[in-house]
Design a protein around this ligand. Structure first.
Ligand code: HEC
Length: 152
């Protein structure tokens, strides 16, 4: 502790401090804008789903030319690959994971968030192969579920 901090502060400095605090409070009240924050979370979710986890590789049908069927984005698909060696419980179909799917109706947002964090579905089971077992951080799981929820 320095000796200067023990001296009584001049009134003018105290008033300046109050004014700065008031301006800061008004400034905080105006930001962040709710829509901007929501958009950022959706954008993050889209990035994590499409570029990091690449859910579409299995959950979106592939057209004959090899491109993704954008009209059926994440609407479920029959997998193109088959394992070189047989794998027990191998699933050839990946389900619809858009907001209008049966899964969303049953699991809801909370169910999807929990699944992406624990790799366990609401029945307490792991999904069958080749569905990866994701154990993501809460904020990532929430952003991804928010993005999936935005898909028609
Ligand atoms: C390598 C292919 C593959 C990838 C990548 C993939 N999935 Fe899957 N997913 C599957 C298959 C196959 C199933 C069906 C498994 C089953 O029914 O047990 C499945 C099932 C699911 C289910 C239902 C699970 C259950 O217990 O009923 C959800 C939800 C899901 N996937 C979400 C996702 C999300 C979200 C991503 C990206 C973060 C993703 N998947 C990435 C192949 C994949």
């Amino acid at each position: 502790m320095t000796t200067t901090s023990l001296r009584p502060r001049p009134l003018i400095l105290s008033l300046a401090g109050i004014a700065i605090a008031a301006i800061a409070t008004v400034g905080l009240a105006q930001t962040p804008k709710p829509e901007a924050a929501k958009e950022t979370r959706l954008e993050r979710g889209k990035y994590l789903v499409e570029e990091v986890s690449r859910c579409q590789e299995c959950h979106t049908p592939i057209l004959p030319d090899g491109s993704f069927d954008k009209a059926n984005w994440m609407k479920g698909a029959t997998l193109v690959g088959i394992p070189a060696k047989p794998i027990e419980d191998w699933h050839q179909k990946a389900p619809d994971i858009t907001s209008t799917s049966k899964l969303w109706t049953n699991w809801k947002y909370e169910g999807f968030v929990a699944f992406l964090q624990t790799a366990k579905n609401p029945r307490g089971h792991k999904a069958g192969p080749p569905m990866p077992a994701y154990t993501l951080k809460p904020e990532d799981a929430e952003a991804m579920a928010a993005y999936l929820k935005s898909l028609p």
